[in-house]
Write a protein that binds this ligand. Sequence first.
Ligand code: F6P
Length: 308
Amino acid sequence: MNAAVRAVTRAGIEQGWEVYGVRSGYSGLIGGSFRRLLVRDVGGLMQQAGTFLGSARCPEFRMDEGKDTALHVLNREGIEGLVVIGGNGSQTGAHALAERGFPVVGVASTIDNDLYGSEITIGVDTALNIALEAIDRLKATASSHGRAFLVEVMGRHCGYLALMAAIAGGAEAVVIPEREVDPTELAEQLRACYQRGKSHAVVVVAEGARHNAGTLVRHFEENRARLGFELRATILGHVQRGGTPGAFDRLLATRLGAAAVASLAHGRHGVLMGLVRGEVGATPLAEVVTHQKTIDLELFELARVMAQ
Ligand code: F6P
């Protein structure tokens, strides 16, 4: 996100605009917490995770009153255009402001990769690499000690991170909300791994799956004697966020941030800037908030084949 803020700032200044950063997302917008950003204020940011502007969930902004206040503050401060960097919640808010006639452009950013209008969003690649590092380490122990490990990754209701981490990490099984696997089926899959001569098993589970780490571990504990092996769980949680952004995310954030400014400059707003068929492209926010992104379930089959 920092790389995107940097890009918006520098591209905006290049347009001859005054650029202001909004602290703590929509709560800063409602509270009028703005900070003028100059070219040097965003120096050295690209290497840093997160956002130096701060971010916050803002229940107030979900209400009409909150949105109206934000609009009032924007007009009062003489702000003429807004770039909203974030995922589904942020872009739903962006759409609400656009519907009220304010010039808004969204930038697709969430580690969950569940935002319609961008094939991949800012943060996904970095979060995926963190998950992979954890899986690789667990795999080394699993293999040396002949154990079965389960890794739960974030993603909210979406299984994208888990599925990709499973494929890239060479996991033996994957559990995602889009393709639920129940505990008995999973136990069978793992037993089959041992029968095929594997000395270990790694399972990647999405936090949003009905049978997440908690329920799966409980099932394996309760049936330990019958199954003949135990399943130990590692929940990555917020560790998955906050990693030093990799080259892919820095470039994507820079391109999308600059494109958002160009879009505003051309008077094209009410859109989300994302990666569309490999290129930077705009999708109407109205479309973004009414469509659900799906994951390619052929990749689930690929994960199965590769787990042999
Ligand atoms: O949307 C990003 C995300 O990290 C999800 O993967 C996760 O479920 C959620 O945010 C965690 O949110 P919070 O930090 O507010 O608990």
